[in-house]
Design a protein around this ligand. Structure first.
Ligand code: ZN
Length: 318
């Protein structure tokens, strides 16, 4: 059976648990040699009947499934459902809600919510170093939900929701390349500059709007200001690219997700960043199967417990 390229093919393909394991093993150990996630031994043997690997060393978890050491660890949800959910998250342009996952995959909404967050955890890593050449910088205000919130609860959200109940997201887009986005406390130089230093190479040309904070940035960048009304007139100096990212982000947040707790906002932002950075372009004609494979390739080494996710010690997801 060929590797899936559409959702329908993916559902059929991953309905077979052995095929799920083979697909994940191939992604995790591309040279074909399984490695014990506990001690690193490479001479482990596969017990097909139990769908487990057996390590020759004596240590806890010397028998391990494909889930050990990945975002699936300790999850009783079958891989067929995990992989279908990952397919949806990787490929639905405006995002997919926990209610949709709940209905499509017959898991509880709470479980679906937890699955979504575990997958989002691995979408944030682009591992690609700093942005350079020409980088568009822009901020956007997201949400407003927090303004109806009780003061005591709002204070827990931290300063990111300080301004009229809206979060400030700083977007950075290398022209013709990747986008990064970070939630910042406010639109001050103190909040903006360290993020730029972390993500944008010295010597890069940055394009911003006329917001005064940018005029006072250090001279590590070549700074060009875009006056919005004139953006189409001036050659190449425009922030249209980042505007596209904002509309994608807002469409997802307004349309797909009924409510986003401010505490989780950064995960939704990362999800849209992943989709934007891995969208099909002429130079990079990724299809749905490629995008899915990218998500799968990052499952190792990431884990998130329900407790970590919610800050609640007593909550159990399943
Ligand atoms: Zn071992």
């Amino acid at each position: 059976m060929e590797e899936p390229k559409t959702l329908q093919q993916a559902i059929l393909y991953f309905a077979d648990p052995d095929r799920c394991i083979a697909y994940l093993a191939q992604s995790r150990w591309p040279d074909g040699v399984a490695v014990c996630p506990t001690c690193g031994r490479k001479d482990v043997s596969y017990v097909a009947k139990r769908r487990l690997w057996q390590c020759k060393s004596r240590h806890p978890k010397c028998q391990f499934s494909i889930k050990v050491g990945t975002i699936f660890e300790d999850s009783p949800i079958p891989l067929s459902k995990w992989l279908a959910a990952m397919w949806l998250i990787a490929n639905c342009k405006n995002g997919v809600s926990s209610w949709e996952i709940h209905r499509a995959l017959k898991v509880t909404q709470k479980t679906a919510w937890f699955m979504l967050h575990r997958v989002r955890l691995i979408l944030g890593d682009d591992g690609g170093g700093k942005l350079g050449e020409v980088v568009q910088i822009d901020e956007s205000f997201i949400g407003g939900k927090a303004k109806n919130m009780h003061k005591s609860k709002r204070s827990k959200m931290g300063t990111a929701y300080g301004q009229n109940g809206k979060a400030v997201v700083l977007g950075m887009l290398q022209r013709g390349g990747r986008v990064r986005a970070r939630i910042i406390a406010d639109r001050t130089r103190k909040s903006i500059e360290p993020v730029l230093t972390e993500h944008v190479e010295d010597g890069a040309t940055i394009h911003t709007d006329e917001f005064p904070v940018y005029a006072r940035l250090s001279d590590r960048y070549i700074h060009e200001v875009v006056v919005h009304a004139e953006a189409y007139v001036r050659n190449h100096v425009h922030t249209n690219g980042i505007e596209n990212f904002w509309s994608l982000l807002k469409r997802g947040l307004n349309g797909t997700y009924v409510s986003v707790e401010p505490f989780h906002l950064f995960r939704y932002v990362e999800e849209q960043v992943f989709r934007y950075n891995n969208r099909a372009t002429r130079e990079n004609p990724l299809n749905d199967g490629d995008r899915f494979a990218l998500v799968v390739s990052q499952i190792v080494g990431h884990r998130l417990t329900y407790k970590e996710l919610t800050g609640k010690a007593d909550a159990r997801p399943f």
